[in-house]
Ligand binder design. Structure first.
Ligand SMILES: Nc1ncnc2c1ncn2[C@@H]1O[C@H](COP(=O)(O)OP(=O)(O)OP(=O)(O)O)[C@@H](O)[C@H]1O
Length: 239
C-alpha cells in the first residue's frame, strides 16, 4: 500500500507553547484520514505544517514523496485545498472564479460538472459574495477539486451546510475515495467522521491521544457510541 502523506515527529510552538507535539501520521493512498479535536487542539496548525504554509520547529513531512516546502510548485499540481476563509475579488462570479482557478493548473477538471455535482449549477452566474454560507463552502470544495488532485485537504468539511448538503458532500467524497483520491479532513461532526474516515487521530493540546479506526476508538473506551467515546477521549463529557 502506497503511503501518500507521511509525517514524522512534527512539532510546532508559538511563544514557547507547544501547539503541535511530536505528531506522527501515515496515510495510505485512497484513505480518508480525519484529524479531530476540540477548538484550539492543533488541527489547522498540523495541516498548515503538512502543507508547508507554516514552518514546523522540528520533524519531517513528505507528501507523494516530496518535501512540501522545497517542492511547492510540483506539489501544487497534485493537491487540492479547501480554504475556510478565502478572500476573492468582491464582484467575481462563480464561473469566473472557477475559470481563474483552473487557469492556475496545467491540467484541470471540467468545473461545470463539479458545480453540478455539488448542486451549484444554477449559481454559475451569481457573484461569490451573494452565495449563502453553505453554498460558499461547497464552492470551496469545488475549487479544491478543480486541479483533479491526488490528495485533498478539507478543513472543517461541512461546517455551515444543511442536512441534505452534508449528505451530498459525503457521497461526493466517497466517490472521490473510490477513485483512489486520498483525503485529509478535519471535522467537528462525529456522524460524518464515522461515515467517511478509515482512520482518525484525536488531538488534545497538540498531542495525539488516539490514532486508529473509529471502531478501535470505541472499543478502547467505556462507551458504545463513537461521539461519547470521542468526548471521553477529549475529556469533554459532562456528568
Ligand atoms: N499565529 C499564531 N500565533 C499564536 N498562536 C497561534 C497561532 N495560530 C494558532 N495559534 C494557537 O495554536 C493553538 C492551535 O490552534 P489551531 O488553529 O491549530 O487549532 P484547531 O484545532 O484547528 O482549532 P479549531 O477547531 O478552532 O479550528 C491554539 O491555541 C491557537 O490559539
Amino acid at each position: 500500500m502506497e503511503t501518500t502523506i507521511k509525517v514524522d515527529k512534527l512539532c510546532k510552538s508559538y511563544d514557547h507553547v507547544n501547539v503541535v507535539e511530536n505528531i506522527n501520521i501515515s496515510i495510505n493512498r485512497g484513505d480518508v484520514f480525519g484529524l479531530l479535536g476540540a477548538n484550539g487542539a492543533g488541527k489547522s496548525t498540523t495541516i498548515e505544517c503538512i502543507l508547508g504554509t507554516k514552518k514546523q520547529d522540528s520533524g519531517t513531512v513528505s507528501i507523494l514523496g516530496m518535501n512540501p516546502q522545497k517542492d511547492r510548485k510540483k506539489l501544487f499540481e497534485k493537491i487540492g485545498i479547501q480554504f475556510q476563509e478565502a478572500s476573492y475579488q468582491d464582484k467575481i462570479k462563480v464561473a469566473e472564479l472557477c475559470e481563474v482557478t483552473a487557469s492556475l493548473y496545467k491540467t484541470s477538471q471540467n468545473y461545470l460538472s463539479l458545480l453540478h455535482q455539488f448542486g451549484l449549477s444554477d449559481k454559475k452566474k451569481s457573484q461569490v459574495s451573494e452565495l449563502s454560507g453553505g453554498q460558499k463552502q461547497r464552492l470551496f470544495i469545488v475549487l479544491a477539486l478543480i486541479p483533479d488532485p491526488e490528495i485533498v485537504f478539507l478543513d472543517e468539511l461541512t461546517t455551515g451546510l444543511d442536512a441534505k448538503a452534508r449528505r451530498d458532500v459525503w457521497n461526493s467524497l466517497l466517490a472521490l475515495k473510490a477513485k483512489g483520491i486520498t483525503i485529509l479532513l478535519t471535522s467537528h461532526f462525529m456522524d460524518e467522521v464515522e461515515v467517511l474516515c478509515d482512520k482518525i487521530m484525536i488531538l488534545k493540546n497538540g498531542k495525539n491521544i488516539f490514532c486508529g479506526t473509529v471502531s478501535e476508538a470505541v472499543k478502547a473506551s467505556p462507551y458504545d457510541k463513537f461521539e461519547d467515546a470521542y468526548l471521553w477521549y477529549t475529556d469533554e463529557l459532562e456528568g
